[in-house]
Write a protein that binds this ligand. Structure first.
Ligand SMILES: *[C@@H]1O[C@H](CO)[C@@H](O)[C@H](O)[C@H]1NC(C)=O
Ligand SMILES: *[C@@H]1O[C@H](CO)[C@@H](O)[C@H](O)[C@H]1NC(C)=O
Length: 399
């Protein structure tokens, strides 16, 4: 008997410690500093001791990349790279390569005039020199033959400063203004591409540009999330430890907790008014952000084109027979409308591509749902690149 008591006592102590530890972790996470460390992970400097003046070291061809810095509207300095499109680079750089740059002094301007530009906004942690990011610049500049401008946000890479939603949006704006104002590139020749956390940044920037009547050629959102609240409620550490889901045991506590986040990156809201073409890309084997986030973003962009719901929610228990019938017939109408609007192609072994056109001069919406590519490598998969090339009308195959 005494033995059993001891075991029970021990078990209770364990449980108590686990619950206290969890409560303490939640408490820590409620402080903006810890939240930002977790969300941006900018303290994870990778590669370590990177030399950003030496892009060749990370795999880009000699003289193909220009290193420069940007100044944001709140006076932050950001390191950036401009990677030339291969079509331009090769016309000036015959091999064997010369010991000094054979490119003309106005090479950047010429390349910007010749080919469209992708401004790339990376996800959290590491810098623009991370190998999986460099392989994307390489793929974009060869397969799609575009100019690539890649920046590091404040607090990332070699940059000073503390990241925040407002700060990163300013950083993105500085990059867009550098390309369109300093380099004089027409906004319809500029695409904004974000990956993971970067999709939140691109959505904020695109909404800001829209409000000023500025229209880029399109936006590409790779492994997007709806907003941080949704992300956290689906997020699991090491793919099995849910962070905030246990709070669901207490009604309303999870929502209350999540509504106090410092940076929300509400892309579902930001994208609502954007009129340029939108391409979502998400791999089904993404282990960090489930592709249901992109499915929901696609659906929320489609929503205004469907017959409105008669009331907000279907609740079987509380509805009259008449209301149920009304809901069901509305459901049928919505399904029919969806069928006539959404085109869907399945490419065996590669992906499903869904798309629909939008009225009133708004660009189309595409959703490329690939089987493979995971969280980081999907954007440099050749098939995904080609879809981007077609959707953004980059004239691939015309060279
Ligand atoms: C960084 O790279 C540049 C360009 O190759 C070189 O001149 C410089 O010495 C390097 N700096 C360090 C600390 O290695
Ligand atoms: C911007 O920063 C630079 C150096 O960091 C400083 O010299 C300058 O006065 C600042 N300008 C403004 C407008 O804050």
């Amino acid at each position: 008997m005494a033995r059993l008591d001891r075991i029970l006592l021990k078990a209770n102590l364990w449980l108590l410690s686990a619950v206290s530890l969890y409560a303490f972790a939640l408490f820590l996470f409620a402080t903006p500093w810890v939240q930002r460390q977790a969300l941006f992970s900018h303290a994870a400097k990778w590669p370590l001791w990177a030399n950003f003046s030496d892009p060749v070291r990370y795999g880009l061809a000699p003289y193909k990349t220009y290193t420069f810095s940007l100044t944001t509207s709140d006076n932050h300095t950001l390191g950036a790279w401009h990677v030339l499109p291969d079509a331009y680079y090769h016309t000036h750089t015959p091999y064997p390569i010369l010991p000094r740059s054979p490119l003309p002094p106005n090479a950047q301007a010429e390349a910007f005039a010749q080919r469209p530009t992708v401004i790339y906004f990376h996800g959290n942690a590491a810098s623009r020199a991370a190998h999986y990011r460099v392989s994307l610049y390489s793929a974009l500049s060869t397969r799609l033959n575009v100019n690539v401008v890649a920046i590091d946000y404040r607090g990332f890479g070699e940059n000073a400063g503390k990241p925040s939603q407002a700060g990163l949006t300013r950083d993105a704006r500085a990059a867009f203004d550098w390309v369109t104002k300093d380099m004089g590139v027409d906004t319809v020749r500029v695409m904004l591409m974000g990956q993971s956390l970067g999709t939140g940044v691109v959505s904020q920037l695109a909404a800001e540009l829209e409000s000023e009547g500025i229209r880029p050629r399109g936006i590409v959102l790779v492994a997007a999330f709806e907003n941080i609240e949704e992300l956290l409620s689906t997020y699991t550490i090491f793919k099995f430890l849910p962070i905030v889901r246990p709070l669901r045991l207490f009604p309303g506590l999870e929502r209350w907790y999540l509504s106090h986040l410092t940076d929300k990156f509400d892309s579902s809201l930001a994208l609502r008014d954007i009129s340029c073409p939108i391409l979502l890309m998400h791999a089904r084997n993404d282990g960090d952000i489930p592709c249901t986030h992109s499915v929901h973003l696609f659906d929320s962009l489609l929503e205004p084109l469907l017959p409105e719901r008669p009331f907000t929610r279907f609740e079987e228990e509380t509805m009259s027979e008449g209301q149920k019938a009304e809901w069901e017939s509305n459901d049928e109408e919505r399904k029919e409308m969806r069928k006539t609007l959404v085109q869907e192609i399945t490419v065996e072994g590669f992906a499903t591509i869904r798309s629909f056109d939008r009225p009133e001069g708004r660009g189309p919406v595409f959703f490329l749902n690939t089987l493979y590519g995971g969280h980081n490598l999907i954007s440099s998969h050749e098939g995904a690149m080609d879809v981007m090339g077609r959707v953004m009308d980059l004239g691939i195959g015309e060279q």
